[in-house]
Design a protein around this ligand. Sequence first.
Ligand code: SF4
Length: 224
Amino acid sequence: MAGYPMAAQIDKKLVSWLKEAHPDYTVVAYINTTSEVKTLVDVCVTSSSVVKIISNIDNDKILFVPDRNLGQWVAEQCPDKQFEFFKGGCPTHMRMRKRDVIRAREEHPNAKVLVHPECLAEVTELADFAGSTTEIMAYAKNSSEKEFIIGTESSIVQHLQFECPDKRFYLLSTECVCHNMKMTTLADIYNCLLGQAGEEITLDEETITGARRFIDQMILLGQK
Ligand code: SF4
């Protein structure tokens, strides 16, 4: 069964401790956290919405969990806010390094480098564009350029190559593979839909109510 490394990096106990240590801060959590963690934090963000939501928070002090790379990237876009970070992140994106960007550019000198902000700063700083998966895909589809080096999970290269057959997409590194994600196959989904596989997840009422508040806040701040 697939796990989720980033969500496993932080639990309710850690969030409680962080809140005690940072009483004046608004706690912002990436959507890639557990339902239990979502009950304790103030607002949830996706990589597409994070800059807008944090800009709309009525507090200059932001504690961002758990992905430090994404948090640091956001901090650069929101210079009027003061940030503290939890030192977590996506193991797949953290395996991509500056040397991969240099090598990929040498191999494909005409290609634009598009990366996800879950990558290390040494990677995002060298890229032509950093953005969420949706933003990377939109950039590649709408661009008049013909070649792209993609610095996020490998399946995005396959999606883009399928959707843009007249363009060429290269993986930034052979390390850009999320082994957890790959554990769920199309056959698993099919069998799940037939009721022959999968696992039903049930949450208690307190978790459902608490996590819903967190999601509602994300929608509210994302609309401002
Ligand atoms: S590659 Fe994506 S799905 Fe895999 S751990 Fe990282 S953020 Fe999660």
